[in-house]
Every structure is written in C-alpha cells, then in structure tokens.
Design a protein around this ligand. Structure first.
Ligand SMILES: NC(=O)c1ccc[n+]([C@@H]2O[C@H](COP(=O)([O-])OP(=O)(O)OC[C@H]3O[C@@H](n4cnc5c(N)ncnc54)[C@H](OP(=O)(O)O)[C@@H]3O)[C@@H](O)[C@H]2O)c1
Length: 265
C-alpha cells in the first residue's frame, strides 16, 4: 500500500540483493552505480576483470557492498555460479539485470553463421540462462523479485544497416520477457525489458563524434528522435529505478522504450 506521505518509499531497495551482468559496459555500469546509491547489495559480473574491479570500486565509494564474479553468462554453469555467489554473500537474489550483450553489424550475405550465433548467444542465450539460474531462487525465497532484460528499439524496428542478427536477438528478448512474466506472475516476480535507442557506449561512441560521422545530419537515427539527441547511459537511470523497485509492482511483461521518442514514429 502506497504511503502518499512517503512517495520515495516506492523506490526503496535498501538491502536488496541485486545481480548485474555486463557490469563493465555502459548500461551495466550505470545500473551498478544507481543500485549502489539506492542502497542495494551488488553482485556484478563481466569478462574483463580489471574493468569489473574498477566499477566495483566506484560502487563501493557509494557505500555499497559489492561482490565481483569474473564471468560472462555463456553456459548454465556460469549463470549458476553468478547467482550462487550472490546467494552465498547476500542470502538471496531480489533483482536481476542482464546488461551483457553485443552487436556485430554486418549484412546477412557477408555474415558468417558463427557471428550470427555470437550475437544470439550474447543477447538471447545469456538472458535466458541468467533467468533460468535466478528464477528458481527468487521463487523459493517467496518474496517476489525484479528481472530487467535489455532489449532495444531494434527488437521492434528493422534496420537496413546489417542488423539481421541483432534485431532478431532483441525480438527474442521481447518474447522471453513476455513469456517469463506469464510463468512467474504468480510468484510476484516482475519481468520487464528496456528498449533504448542509441546511447553512448564503446560500440556507439563514434556516432557522437562529429569528425567521424561528418555531423549530426549523417546520423540516421537522430532524424527519427523527436527529442533531438542520442542517449546517454544515465538516461536509463529513471526506468531502471522504476523497474527494480516496488514502484513497478503492477508492471510486468512490458518492453518499455526509453528512446527519445524514436519508436513513436
Ligand atoms: N549502446 C546502445 O546504443 C544500445 C542501444 C540499445 C540496446 N543496447 C543494449 O544494451 C545492452 C548493454 O549494452 P552497452 O551499450 O552497455 O554495451 P557495452 O558498453 O559494449 O557493454 C556490453 C557488456 O556486455 C559484455 N559483453 C560484451 N560482449 C559479450 C558477449 N559476447 N557475451 C557476453 N557478454 C558480453 C561486456 O563485458 P565484458 O567484455 O567485460 O565481458 C560489457 O559489460 C546490450 O544488450 C545492448 O544490446 C545498447
């Protein structure tokens, strides 16, 4: 029940145990620092050990307890190890954010099947494995949970620029989101996805560089964003805070576009 005198209680995740994969990436780092500042305990995972420790140190400076697991969720044993580490250290898992993922833009006739599989593995298999590992734990805890998957406007909109693997993978993430929302609703586990458009990360940094693009007129996505700019990872903080907290208790199975209005057109 909402106490209208304490609206910020809607976003209270103090002491909750949160798992973030891909924590070394632009979005994973943002999610980690946000949750750290919201008072959650963090278990963060990624393949690059030194980058992971750097993000962990930043989060610790915000006063958070942070555990690092130097793994990508490539196999079920990886996903189970990430979840088990969180359970051992913090006694359970309340929040799962799967921010690990990749893109290899290439036209279909030029793309080896192995690279299609790499994209599908990182974006779909990784999300599915993390849910498979964390879901039973959340169910057995009996106190619900929050799962946040990362889709993209590309789950809904195609692209002529060599995104046949990426678009397919994100559409699959959308399907996973809706399916698990139906499977786990009775356990009060919310499963939602965020659908961003381009935001600044290692892979997209060149799109923010006028020297490399030749200016904003040469960035096709920009022409379709009514708010008139590309995103920053911090633009996703608000939706993350909503989806990990009691504020979203009656929201599940949704892909929520935080894209400057791109998908409205
Ligand atoms: N940036 C955008 O414009 C944009 C737009 C829409 C959606 N997204 C989605 O947002 C999510 C996060 O992307 P980001 O922009 O934060 O990317 P990023 O900065 O490149 O970070 C990607 C993260 O995933 C990990 N990773 C990279 N390749 C991987 C693989 N093959 N398997 C498993 N993990 C891998 C990386 O960690 P390690 O290398 O340390 O393991 C890193 O932590 C992705 O799902 C992406 O598709 C991004």
């Amino acid at each position: 029940m909402t106490d209208f005198h304490k609206p910020l209680d809607l976003f209270n995740v103090k002491g909750r145990s949160a798992v973030v994969t891909g924590a070394t990436g632009a979005l994973g780092r943002t999610a980690t620092l946000l949750l750290a500042n919201m008072g959650a305990n963090l278990s963060i995972a990624a393949g690059s050990e030194s980058d992971l420790e750097e993000v962990a140190d930043e989060a610790r400076k915000a006063g958070a307890e942070v555990l690092t697991v130097n793994r990508r969720p490539e196999k079920i044993s990886d996903a189970e190890a990430i979840v088990a580490a969180a359970v051992d250290r913090f006694g359970g898992v309340d929040v799962l954010i799967v921010a690990s993922g990749t893109n290899i833009p290439k036209m279909i006739d030029e793309m080896p099947t192995e690279e299609w599989e790499d994209v599908m593995d990182a974006n779909v298999r990784g999300s599915w494995l993390m849910c498979k590992a964390a879901g039973p734990r959340m169910i057995s805890q009996g106190r619900g949970g929050k799962v946040v998957l990362i889709s993209s406007v590309r789950g809904r909109h195609g692209s002529p620029l060599g995104y046949s693997a990426y678009c397919t993978s994100k559409a699959a993430v959308d399907g996973l989101t809706r399916s698990l929302a139906l499977e786990w609703g009775k356990h009060k586990i919310n499963v939602n996805a965020i659908g961003p458009t381009v935001f600044r990360s290692k892979l997209t940094a060149w799109l923010f560089d006028d020297e490399k693009t030749g200016g904003p007129a040469n960035v096709p996505a920009l022409k379709r964003i009514p708010l008139g700019r590309l995103g920053e990872p911090e633009d996703l903080s608000g939706i993350l805070a909503f989806l990990v907290s009691p504020a979203s208790d009656f929201c599940t199975g949704q892909v929520i576009y935080v894209d400057g209005g791109y998908s409205a057109g």
